[in-house]
Design a protein around this ligand. Structure first.
Ligand SMILES: Cc1cc2nc3c(=O)[nH]c(=O)nc-3n(C[C@H](O)[C@H](O)[C@H](O)COP(=O)(O)OP(=O)(O)OC[C@H]3O[C@@H](n4cnc5c(N)ncnc54)[C@H](O)[C@@H]3O)c2cc1C
Ligand code: SF4
Length: 491
């Protein structure tokens, strides 16, 4: 007799967590829905769709191999699919782990689904809300230190291992020269992958795995070949290596193929064996138990309306270069957009210090930029994109999350990448036809928002820097040309 219908959304693909944790193949049936809303209607990156769908179909097969009856429906919406499955079991209730977006939560609640707590993170939503409720400002660093102590990672007798809570100084090196990078891990394709690729009419490449075995191989590859050097180059943008030493684990962490406890346990085991320098270990632990948990906590804490914030009144339409890299001569942006087109991923610094920075200083509408980011990244999900874009990248929340905007001129990109060498623009120049658009627009942005930022003690120095610019009128004129050119796709 069937007692429960277990609904498994495409980001809960783990047998040991969520509603599947206590599922029994003798009494429970599984519902999975491939909704048209998820696959059509927007300019989704084909690799993103391929990854999500193929991972889900593999997972459905895995559950069948465990003896479960799995109903995998294609339907216009998740609810339509669930309705169809529920008709087969009219006496049974539908159970799901708390979903990962406000919208999905509301839809499932309205349909009468019951929830078990979402344990795909190391911090429950209520524990995070308790921490946030006790803070004057939501500094990630404070949350992270509390996490280190609470979860007992890299802490000895209440003190941080290695004598410091962070090793940022060691971890901000530019890209190395004459460096031998480990080879990329390639994932082979099977019949399910081929079926999905044929339906989507796409070529999925070999970058992303679609099974738990593949995700575990990626984790192992990171631990063995990249972890030791993760820290020093985590902010570097290297022209000769698109992944640097990043783990490439976000897609699997976000769709459930890996749980953060598995990732942190593997990292700590390697550190305990003695092969990983503390700076690299700390830098990575910070991402997993700090940033990832913080961003999820903030998404739920800040509420459903947070994503509509536009406190800098940014109204420019999405720049055409984001959809078509041939619409720019800026080597950094063109290369990064081409990388995204190729594999739906670039690491944190291109996302923050190039793409979001450009959107911020050009005054691009945050919601349009958010939509674009959601469409093109393999790891985009609502809980992680919204705080990263609205709060961290575009400062559209007026500083509710980050104390200062991440605005920067060409000097930062020049220091941390190899892009400027091959560019028609000069990162040192702020006026004239060959001035770097980032450098020009950085000052223009500060000038446009000086009244707001002069009150911010972390920004006031930069705003006062405007007074030293003798060429400000000329710069403002060049900035207008650059803004017009970017909107027309000619810069
Ligand atoms: C504007 C912007 C948008 C972003 N959008 C996403 C997104 O849609 N999905 C996503 O997973 N990450 C997002 N990030 C965070 C980060 O860029 C990616 O998690 C990371 O680049 C993924 O690559 P990786 O797995 O190799 O990460 P690594 O550098 O190896 O880090 C390990 C893990 O730490 C976690 N992590 C690190 N930084 C963050 C962060 N700021 N927020 C949440 N988790 C973090 C990720 O799970 C990541 O897999 C965004 C960052 C910015 C600035
Ligand atoms: S000069 Fe400016 S636009 Fe060109 S690559 Fe460097 S930062 Fe980018």
């Amino acid at each position: 007799m069937t007692s429960r219908i277990i609904y498994v959304p495409f980001d809960h693909l783990h047998r040991g967590y969520g509603a599947l944790k206590n599922a029994d193949s003798k009494t429970d049936v599984i519902a999975m829905v491939e909704s048209a809303r998820m696959t059509t209607g927007r300019a989704w990156h084909p690799m993103r769709l391929f990854f999500l769908i193929s991972s889900a179909r593999h997972f459905a097969e895995f559950l069948r191999s465990e003896g479960f009856t799995v109903h995998y429906e294609k339907a216009p919406t998740s609810i339509d699919g669930l309705k169809k499955i529920q008709k087969l079991y009219p006496e049974s209730s539908v159970l799901c782990a708390e979903p990962s977006s406000f919208k999905q939560y509301e839809a499932l609640k309205a349909f009468g689904v019951s929830f078990v707590p979402n344990d795909f993170f190391l911090t429950s939503r209520s524990d995070f809300a308790e921490w946030a409720g006790s803070q004057k400002s939501f500094l990630m660093e404070n949350f992270y230190r509390a996490q280190r102590v609470r979860l007992n990672f890299l802490v000895e007798g209440g003190k941080p291992t290695g004598g410091a809570w962070n090793f940022d100084k060691e971890n901000r090196l530019p890209p190395p020269k004459n460096y031998e990078w480990p080879p990329y891990l390639e994932h082979s394709r099977d019949a399910i992958d081929e079926e999905v690729a044929a339906e989507l009419k796409c070529s999925p490449g070999n970058t992303w795995a679609t099974t738990r075995e593949g995700a575990l191989a990626q984790l192992n590859n990171f631990i063995e070949n990249h972890f030791a050097n993760f820290g020093p180059y985590e902010d570097a943008m290297a022209g000769d290596n698109w992944a640097v030493h990043h783990s490439l684990l976000s897609p699997y962490l976000n769709n459930g193929l890996l749980h953060p406890s598995e990732v942190i346990d593997a990292a700590m085991k390697a550190f305990t064996r003695g092969s990983i320098p503390i700076a690299s270990c700390e830098g990575f632990v910070r991402q997993i138990i700090g940033w990832r948990e913080y961003v999820n906590g903030m998404y739920w804490f800040l509420g459903a309306d947070y994503e509509q914030n536009n406190q800098l009144d940014a109204t420019r339409d999405l720049l055409p270069l984001l959809r078509d890299p041939s619409k720019t001569s800026m080597n950094c942006v063109g290369s990064i957009v081409a990388d995204i087109n190729e594999r739906a991923w670039v690491h944190h610094i291109p996302r923050l210090m190039v793409l979001s920075n450009l959107a911020l200083i050009t005054g691009t509408n945050p919601q349009q930029f958010l939509d674009w980011m959601r469409e093109v990244f393999i790891d985009a999900t609502q809980w992680v994109m919204v705080p990263n874009v609205i709060g961290m990248g575009l400062h559209a929340d007026g500083g509710a999350m980050m104390t200062k905007p991440y605005a920067a001129g060409g000097a930062y990109i020049s220091r941390m990448s190899t892009y400027c060498k091959g560019c028609k623009y000069d990162p040192k120049l702020r006026v004239g036809e060959t001035a770097c658009p980032f450098t020009t627009l950085y000052w223009d942005f500060l000038d446009r928002h000086k009244e707001t930022f002069v009150k911010n003690h972390r920004m006031s120095q930069q705003v006062f820097g405007l007074n030293r610019l003798k060429d400000l009128p000329e710069l403002k004129q060049r900035a207008q040309e650059v803004l017009d050119g970017l909107s027309e796709g000619t810069i």
